[in-house]
Ligand binder design. Structure first.
Ligand SMILES: Cc1cc2nc3c(=O)[nH]c(=O)nc-3n(C[C@H](O)[C@H](O)[C@H](O)COP(=O)(O)OP(=O)(O)OC[C@H]3O[C@@H](n4cnc5c(N)ncnc54)[C@H](O)[C@@H]3O)c2cc1C
Length: 480
């Protein structure tokens, strides 16, 4: 951006919200150059925003949006920065709206079982606050220590407690959103169910900051259950375990979530020799319910050739999983993951093609213990982690492998990304999954909400044919 223009915009922002909330020194902007996505080494820190702001209220956000709308410059709302697909990379510069100071709990309503919060509170902070009232949100993402409510909604966050409590999109009652022209949209009353207007709040689920900035969310909460237990069963291999897991789902027994993997060292997790696959199942409810459900599932495990681990091993595995996924793994170097939604009956075909045909072609190898990761139940999520070869063509190969895996997921009737969203990483593959009519409808929605393309431009959607929005501005013509 032209320095004189930047100074003018900075002055307008300082006048609107005060200099305490505006950052412009390069050293202050550096943390906003990246998120948790894997980038080519030579592209890291290539893009800096021009300015970052730290609003504290909806009116602060409105004031910032009004300035951006006047100058038609990009706005990138930021939560915890934990997304893995480049949603926060300021490829066109502009203003990052960091919601870190918008972290207040505004209302806990016990009779109606909801909480109203600002968007920048982390999922963990919110759980801790709610626990004081005997309540829980139950949105336990692997990233819940850092992911915010605004970020989770905007990425359609997936929680490992999906089976019993659903995911964040199931818990939204109402949102407050600042639109691209600075107006404030309230999507509806604070109710869990209505059959009146269009479900506006669902438009912002997974929108990745491209339609507006969420400034308040009202979410359904639940009483903390009386009892909780984790079961772990070991099987010879992943496909025997998968068959047993499907039988458990089909039985209709209630569980909170269930995850299947082949741990790097099964014996260290309590497995007898020769058993490679682990099925970890969690239960919550009243004491009687949990006892009955656990007893029922134990019977299914024994009947399907599984070996039941001890209670301590099961708890340890469950807790280690949280620890690993919540922190350590996020900081590792050249590796990445895919998270596809694959119809149940095609899951084996998905992994066989991925590991036997696609990945070897591009030199990608599984990270030990992460070749398979399958969630069973109402969602059919299949993920895996792989390392990216550190050779000259490594990053090009990585892109090609991702595109082929995306094509595979779609060919099997699934979705290319189930909890990592689109950002920059998957946007070119979106057209594989959606028809021309569906893509045109999405571009129209984007255009209606954001005709000047200032809301996180260049993310989520591929370029429209001709690359133009209604006002004639195309990404190529952008001046900054
Ligand atoms: C170790 C690890 C484990 C993970 N595990 C899971 C998991 O189990 N389930 C899962 O779903 N994801 C997981 N993720 C991915 C990531 O944590 C989620 O996508 C998370 O929901 C992002 O939240 P955030 O606050 O970090 O958002 P950010 O990364 O800050 O932003 C994500 C997107 O949301 C937009 N956004 C943020 N705040 C707002 C707002 N107030 N209004 C409008 N738009 C906004 C941003 O512009 C951006 O496009 C994991 C990531 C890591 C690194």
């Amino acid at each position: 951006m032209d320095p004189a223009l930047r100074d003018e915009i900075k002055a307008a922002l300082v006048a609107a919200i005060g200099d305490r909330k505006v950052l412009w020194k390069p050293s202050d902007l550096l943390p906003y150059a990246a998120d948790n996505s894997r980038m080519r080494p030579d592209e890291v820190s290539k893009h800096l925003p021009d300015i970052a702001v730290l609003p504290e209220s909806t009116s602060d956000v409105q004031a910032v949006v009004e300035v951006a709308a006047e100058y038609k410059i990009p706005l990138i709302p930021k939560g915890g920065g934990s997304n893995r697909t480049g949603m926060l990379i300021p490829i066109h510069g502009g203003i990052v709206i960091d919601t870190i100071r918008m972290n207040k709990v505004l209302e806990v309503n016990i009779p109606n079982l909801y909480v109203t919060v600002q968007p920048g509170i982390t999922l963990k902070e919110l759980e801790e606050h709610l626990a004081g009232y005997g309540l829980a949100l139950n949105q336990e993402q692997g990233s819940f220590k850092v992911a915010t409510v605004g970020g989770s909604i905007s990425t359609a966050g997936f929680s490992r407690k999906y089976q019993k409590y659903g995911i964040i999109s199931d818990r939204i009652m109402s949102l407050e959103v600042v639109l691209a022209d600075g107006r404030v949209l309230r999507t509806g009353p604070k109710v869990l169910y209505t059959s009146t207007g269009y479900r506006l709040h669902q438009l912002f689920v997974g929108a990745e900051g491209t339609l507006g900035i969420i400034t308040e969310a009202t979410l359904r909460v639940e009483p903390i259950p009386e009892s909780a237990e984790v079961l772990m069963a070991f099987y010879d291999d992943i496909w025997t375990a998968y068959k047993a897991a499907l039988r458990m789902t089909e039985s209709g027994v209630m569980f909170v979530g269930a995850d299947l993997s082949e741990p790097a060292d099964p014996e260290a997790c309590g497995a007898p020799p020769g058993k490679r696959a682990a099925l970890c199942i969690s239960f919550e409810g009243t004491k009687g319910e949990v006892e009955a459900d656990v007893g029922y599932v134990k019977g299914l495990v024994r009947g399907s050739g599984g070996f039941l681990a001890g209670k301590d091993d099961a708890m340890l595995f469950y807790d280690e999983f949280t620890k690993l996924w919540c922190g350590d793994r996020a900081l590792l170097g050249a590796e990445d993951e895919t998270t596809a939604y694959v119809p149940t009956e095609r899951v084996r075909e998905f992994y066989d093609t991925l590991w036997d045909k696609i990945m070897p072609k591009y030199g990608m190898v599984p990270v030990p213990g992460n070749k398979y990761g399958i969630d069973v139940g109402r969602y059919s999520m299949s993920y895996c982690r792989f390392s990216i070869p550190e050779r000259e063509r490594g990053w090009e190969d990585y892109r090609m492998a991702l595109a082929e895996v995306a094509g595979l997921a779609v060919a099997l009737g699934g979705s290319i990304s189930s909890c990592t969203g689109v950002g920059l990483k998957n946007k070119d593959e979106l057209v594989l999954e959606f028809s021309d009519v569906a893509m045109e409808t999405m571009w129209k929605i984007k255009n209606e909400f954001d005709p000047d393309d200032i809301m996180n431009p260049g993310k989520k959607l591929p370029k429209r044919k001709g690359g133009r929005l209604a006002n004639g501005i195309g990404p190529a013509e952008r001046k900054m």
